[in-house]
Ligand binder design. Structure first.
Ligand SMILES: [Zn+2]
Length: 235
């Protein structure tokens, strides 16, 4: 049976074949590496007096059909495939906020923790016209690897002039874990990762916590949305 997708693919293929026969030079058939990167790696918008730049760290494949509720996995797979979302690539983004006075980064990408399809935050911040050492503050929504991995590189702070801001209970959960939590098969490696990524900021006294629903910084709010971690926050 031809689906919308197969028709699109076969139509595109036929057009390409026809074009190739008549117009493409032989050099177009030479082998070249796949680039795998889109031109747009950041998106900028004004929000009141602030300028916000959404910056890509890259994409990660997630088992999307397992995530939904009230639908079977196979139905979810069909639903996603019909909408050209099979094998979904999910974006990992961070947000750079220029208040006019300070440059504030919300979340820090994956660094080298999640493979080469990610870890592109710094190069994309530079493509957006900024440098890591210009950033005054970093606010984390939570300490999972896809939000905190990019804080360090080879054990050193990537944002060397920035103060790191984390919800207090989130910081305590990950950084003051007891031996039992550290021995846990799932939690243990995540705790080690949290210590590795956040620890250098604590040691450099470039680390501050904020209370539930409190402002991490003047002009910013936070809403406690615990569940995914003890204290995920929306800034
Ligand atoms: Zn998470």
């Amino acid at each position: 049976m031809q689906t919308r997708r197969s028709i699109l693919i076969s139509t595109a293929g036929a057009a390409l074949a026809a074009g190739a026969m008549t117009t493409l030079p032989a050099a177009a058939f030479a082998k070249a590496p796949m680039v795998g990167k889109q031109a747009v790696s950041f998106y900028r918008l004004k929000f009141g007096d602030y300028e916000i730049t959404a910056v890509s760290d890259g994409t990660v494949k997630l088992p999307m059909s397992k995530i939904y509720k009230h639908i079977t996995e196979s139905d979810a797979e069909t639903y996603l495939a019909d909408r050209f979302q099979a094998g979904s690539e999910v974006s990992v983004n961070a947000f750079l906020v220029n208040t006019g006075e300070r440059l504030i980064l919300i979340d820090a990408g994956t660094g080298d923790l999640m493979g080469p399809a990610l870890g592109k935050l710094i190069s994309n911040i530079e493509a957006a016209g900024y440098r890591a050492d210009q950033i005054d503050d970093v606010i984390l929504t939570h300490i999972h690897a896809d939000h905190s991995g990019g804080l360090v590189s080879n054990g050193k702070r990537v944002f060397e002039n920035a103060t790191l801001h984390v919800n207090q209970r989130e910081a305590e959960f990950w950084l003051k874990a007891d031996a039992k939590a550290k021995a846990d098969k799932v939690l243990g490696p995540q705790i080690a990762q949290a210590e590795k990524c956040v620890g250098p900021y604590v040691e450099a006294k470039k680390f501050e916590t904020f209370a539930d629903d409190a402002a991490p910084l003047p002009g910013f709010g936070s809403v406690l949305r615990a569940g995914h971690t003890p204290a995920i926050v929306v800034s």
